[in-house]
Design a protein. Sequence first.
Length: 98
Amino acid sequence: GHNGAVFLHVVSDEPNPILPPPKLINGRPIIFFRTYVGAAARATQLQLMDKASLQRVIDAANQKLDEVPKSSDKWLDLDHDLQEAYRTKQINSKEIMI
């Protein structure tokens, strides 16, 4: 396994900005993310988190946005990352590559 990774939060005024792909620098994964759910999905793919922890992040994010109008760009970013998170939960960790 890895002994860690670097997670960089991509901040943008644009909804659904293009994220740089993950890269390895000196053997350490560099991951770009928009939401905590996206970061947690990647952490789970790298076996830095388990799937139960990923689910807790998903639940917390949904609860946090409960009072945000569905028209908000925050929902676009979250929906995008939720799709990745649910795919992550369905695959065997041995199949995961960055």
